[in-house]
Design a protein around this ligand. Structure first.
Ligand SMILES: Cc1cc2nc3c(=O)[nH]c(=O)nc-3n(C[C@H](O)[C@H](O)[C@H](O)COP(=O)(O)OP(=O)(O)OC[C@H]3O[C@@H](n4cnc5c(N)ncnc54)[C@H](O)[C@@H]3O)c2cc1C
Length: 379
């Protein structure tokens, strides 16, 4: 484990919590600080592709995710009226005990991660952030927002796409950019026998349904929203219903069940890839703080969890912190870049098609296949 004995993790989301778990498995203690005093997450689902399940398995969390979620083999691709065009098994690299994909609610995943972190004895401080930090070469001196000072061997910024730490480390750092697309999500009862993920292609949007539990699934609807408008919270239900109106079949039936604006989760797609190494001295960024992608490949959280697993392996094996963090970036950056660039490209093709321009055709599917082939390779 070298010289790294005490780590501060800023951010108690997927990246920060998996980092705390992975480090602990390597005998490295951490303290997690989380700005949100309620430490809560929103209530829709998340897709866990096979490389995410492999990374979760490597830090002891794979089986718990399967037990709390709903595994499935792959995707059915459908017309807007529900007619099935094709069916494709998803890549499966997590081993015979695992399905290719697992759908899980975000609260269920959050509970698995928080239970693990608290259960292993990691200290979590809620409602706290960083006020200042000073890297003196052999340690980082931090002053927290409650005025308390403390020193750490390493600080990990896992504080999301709008990372405060990124701003402190890199004054001229890139900021998240809106891609022109947004995602609307809503939970529904899962019809019996609805055992695959399904994608539906409309003329000005695409929809997906993802099994989450025995009784639940969620819808994601991807639309183009010019100028990144602020959507009024109390109208989200009617705005979503309006956008679902180009669909027939099951999506049309589900449309009638969208009754609660407060249960609609709306997010603009915003992307950011830090072009330089993700560390400066003894402060490192991981997860969305370093690379935030569109959800086209469902790989944002997967990249965060891979970051955590790889970082813990490398810190556990190497004593030279600068060389380790540089090598970590060299190992992780190509995968993060692939996810980032593929997502942006897929989104541009979709928007062009929705504007009436020629469809990308085979290139669209090939982009998915190419990305998943690389992401299936060892990290
Ligand atoms: C519409 C949509 C759908 C998606 N679907 C998928 C999917 O199906 N599969 C997938 O793999 N990925 C998906 N993603 C991506 C995934 O949600 C993110 O990549 C993932 O949540 C990143 O985790 P993170 O921990 O890096 O950041 P975050 O989830 O943003 O967590 C950051 C945490 O840090 C805390 N924090 C922030 N600032 C501070 C501070 N200054 N001090 C202390 N704490 C702080 C926050 O409160 C938060 O708890 C999707 C994203 C979107 C937008």
């Amino acid at each position: 484990m070298g010289n790294i004995k005490k780590v501060l993790i800023v951010g108690g989301g997927i990246a920060g919590l998996t980092a705390a778990i992975a480090l602990r498995r390597r005998g490295i203690e951490s303290v997690v600080i989380e700005r949100n005093p309620a430490w809560s997450v929103y209530g829709v689902g998340i897709i866990q592709p096979s490389n995410m399940l492999r990374a979760l398995a490597s830090i002891g969390l794979g089986e718990r995710c399967l037990a709390s979620g709903r595994g499935f083999n792959g995707w059915r691709f459908c017309e807007a009226n529900g007619a099935v065009l094709a069916e494709a098994a998803a890549f499966n690299v997590a081993g015979p005990a695992y399905p290719a994909v697992n759908g899980i609610t975000r609260p269920a995943l959050h509970k698995i991660l928080t239970d693990s972190v608290l259960g292993q004895g990691t200290e979590v401080r809620l409602g706290i952030t960083i006020e200042t930090l000073h890297d003196s070469g052999d340690k980082v001196d931090v002053i927290f927002s409650n005025g308390a000072p403390e020193s750490f061997d390493l600080v990990i910024g896992a504080d999301g796409a709008y990372s405060q730490l990124r701003g402190l480390l890199f004054k001229d750092a890139v900021r998240p950019q809106y891609t022109g697309q947004s995602v609307w999500r809503y939970n529904f009862p899962r019809p019996e026998g609805f055992d695959w993920g399904c994608m539906y292609f409309g003329k000005r949007s695409k929809a997906g349904l993802v099994p989450l539990t025995e009784s639940m699934m969620y819808l994601f609807l991807v639309t183009a929203e010019q100028g990144n408008p602020r959507m009024p919270g109390d109208q989200l239900g009617s705005l979503l219903r309006e956008r679902m109106s180009e669909y027939g079949g099951l999506i049309a039936e589900l449309r009638e069940l969208v009754t609660d604006s407060s249960a609609v989760v709306y997010r603009p797609m915003e992307v950011m890839l830090l072009p330089q190494p993700w560390h400066r001295g003894r402060v490192l960024l991981i997860g969305d703080a370093a690379h935030s992608s569109t959800p086209h490949l469902a790989e944002g959280a997967a990249m965060a969890i891979e970051d955590s697993a790889v970082l813990a392996d490398m810190l556990g094996a190497n004593a030279d912190i600068e060389a380790t963090l540089q090598a970590f970036w060299e190992r992780r950056a190509p995968r993060a870049q692939l996810v980032y660039e593929t997502g942006v490209q897929l989104g541009e093709w979709e928007q062009a098609e929705w504007r009436g321009e020629p469809a990308a055709g085979a290139a669209y599917n090939e982009a998915f296949d190419k990305a998943y082939q690389v992401l299936g390779e060892p990290v």
